[in-house]
Design a protein around this ligand. Structure first.
Ligand code: GCB
Length: 582
């Protein structure tokens, strides 16, 4: 159920109305059985939670934190008379699977926790006061993206003790993420109603071609009733620089390029009958040439981070003030980019990156893929890749697609699994951006997938998980790996390297978990990377401390942030600031 492929970001303008349903909603935790009755009439003794946000950390209640299975949200609303309009209900993201009911009738269902879905609402579905119910399932397993473990074992546990018979212990069903971030759940991004005229613009695709000082701009629109739409291109100040329609490319003379760190956005104002939509876009080119990554024909070096959508109380829920702060902190450091590890981020964040000139590598939620899941998730992986590209194709900030994070690419099936996805991403993307798979294999010489990508992207933890505390060994191992990857003649980027540091823990001799060690670790790995011309970037893991499943390896989450979870800089941040501002 749902509208399918077309997904313009909601917009308030003189032909479209926009109503946000964010706020305090009624809520109840369920269990593994779906209970439809909690979607049909008001929940008795409902709890109160805020939407959009994860429910896990909103209460001082272990049941919320560790919930497994269904949870139920409800809100009541009334709408003004919009009977002449087409009405759509849109969810930015509900994690991971959900069913939506309006006035006791199911109107939508969606699987996948990081992309939007929408559904058309009929006037006949509406009453004076309406009940909207959303049931959310947070269970993950070997068939879902991201991938969960079916077996009862803690993430970093070694053997699997026989709990039932030897230890006489029955373990409650739980989520065992095969990934290192907390399995936050709930309605994570805004819920909106929007209207369009009946004859409306369904989708917009903008591509640009730079010819010297000018650019040709093709604006393609999917239109509900066929025909063409008028197009007006406005510069940053709202001045018209080109007019035409969707049938032929338009020309911008003396074009301002969208540059990393110096964004310039144009607006394509598209008018179709009584509908109108303003789509921002940037003019820039992206290309891999030999071992270089070129933006606007110039070699680009990625300085930045792998991140997470993660904050106190909101969990993985959208936190726009934090997004603004994060980009500001990146600029303070001299960083220019990040990867949306390990799932597509909110459209609001990508819009902000477009405006701020921050470069983005956009990643699917395919994290934790191993040989047990290859056979099961391929179709889901294809769908989520296409949905992500369809949603995000117009963002100038996005310069590369990442198909997955750390799949088991030593496995002999990996190459055959990933190459069709690689081709699909290229075909699907109207801008044909470079495509990568982020890998991390101890036996990297067995990996045939990484070298087949446009950019070789590898995560590496020499000096932490391997040779922990021994930076001398780390330096040698990193050098050996670089010598190996040199032969492919492709750009190489380190997409993760990092060390946990407990904020405030200091040591005169840098030892693991101290702020000094984190800094020395980064310096050590950088000293190797700096020797190789084919290195096109360094993304430190992680921008900030973030929450994970509990375990012996995690003291209140992952502490590899160069900022704390509340965005206070550690020593490493000052080191990077010096390095990146040079
Ligand atoms: C990785 C993963 C990332 C983890 C990180 C770590 O390789 O890609 O999700 O958080 O290592 O700190 O262990």
């Amino acid at each position: 159920m749902g509208l399918g492929d077309f997904m313009l970001f909601p917009q308030l303008n003189n032909s479209r109305l926009l109503i946000k349903l964010d706020g305090i909603w009624d809520f109840a935790l369920g269990n593994e059985e779906f209970d439809e009755s909690l979607c049909l009439s008001p929940i008795e003794n409902a709890e109160k939670v805020y939407v959009p946000a994860s429910y896990n950390e909103q209460k001082a209640d272990e049941r919320f934190y560790n919930h497994y299975g269904w949870a139920y949200y409800q809100t009541a609303f009334s709408l003004p008379d919009i009977s002449e309009k087409r009405l759509v209900l849109r969810f930015g993201a509900v994690t991971h699977a959900c069913r939506v009911y309006l006035n006791g009738k199911q109107i939508a269902a969606h699987i996948g926790g990081f992309l939007p879905f929408e559904t058309k609402i009929l006037q006949s579905d509406l009453k004076a006061v309406n009940l909207l119910a959303v049931a959310v399932d947070n269970r993950i397993n070997t068939s879902t993206l991201p991938v969960g473990n079916d077996i009862k074992r803690a993430m970093f546990g070694s053997g699997l003790p026989d709990f039932e018979s030897v230890h006489k212990t029955e373990i409650k069903p739980k989520n065992y993420p095969n990934f290192d971030f907390f399995n936050y759940s709930g309605i994570h991004r805004s819920v909106w109603f929007y209207t369009t005229p009946i004859e409306h613009i369904k989708d917009i695709t903008i591509t640009t071609d730079i010819n010297g000082k000018n650019a040709s701009v093709s604006v393609n629109a999917a239109l509900s009733h066929g025909g063409a739409a008028d197009v007006e291109i406005l510069d940053r100040y709202g001045k018209t620089v080109a007019t035409g329609n969707t049938d032929a490319p338009l020309n911008i003379s003396d074009v301002h390029l969208w540059q990393p760190g110096a964004a310039y956005l144009y607006t394509a104002k598209i008018t179709y009958k009584n509908d109108c939509y303003c789509q921002k876009f940037g003019v820039r080119s992206v290309e891999v040439k030999g071992s270089k990554f070129l933006i606007n024909g110039k070699p680009f070096y990625f300085k930045g981070f792998g991140k997470h959508e993660d904050s106190d109380f909101y969990g993985r829920g959208i936190n726009q003030a934090q997004n603004v702060k994060d980009l500001s902190l990146m600029k303070w450091l001299g960083a220019n980019s990040f990867r949306t590890s390990h799932y597509p981020y909110s459209e609001e964040m990508l819009n902000l990156c477009d405006e701020e000139g921050i470069v983005v590598i956009a990643e699917t939620p395919a994290v934790g893929l191993n040989k047990n899941s290859y056979g099961k998730v391929f179709e889901t992986h294809k769908k989520v890749l296409c949905d992500m590209i369809d949603r995000d194709k117009n963002h100038p900030s996005i310069v590369m697609w990442s198909l997955a994070n750390e799949p088991d690419t030593e496995d002999e099936n990996a190459h055959d699994y990933f190459m069709p996805l690689y081709d699909l991403a290229h075909e699907r993307d109207p801008q044909n951006r470079p495509v990568t798979t982020v890998v991390c294999n101890n036996n990297y010489t067995a990996d045939r997938t990484a070298p087949a990508m446009d950019v070789i992207c590898a995560n590496r933890y020499y000096g932490w998980y391997i040779f922990g505390g021994d930076l001398d060994a780390a330096q040698q191992a990193m050098t050996a790996e670089m010598e190996y990857f040199k032969q492919f003649g492709k750009p190489f980027m380190i997409t993760e390297y990092g060390a946990d540091a407990i904020s405030g823990l200091h040591q005169s001799v840098p030892t693991m978990f101290s702020e000094e060690y984190q800094k020395e670790y980064l310096k050590c790995i950088n000293s190797v990377l700096d020797k190789y011309d084919f290195v096109v970037g360094e993304h430190v893991w992680n921008f900030a401390d973030f929450q994970t499943i509990q375990g012996t390896m995690r003291a209140d989450g992952n502490k590899k942030g160069v900022f704390t979870r509340d965005r206070k800089p550690k020593l490493a941040a000052h080191y990077l600031r010096e390095r990146w501002n040079k």
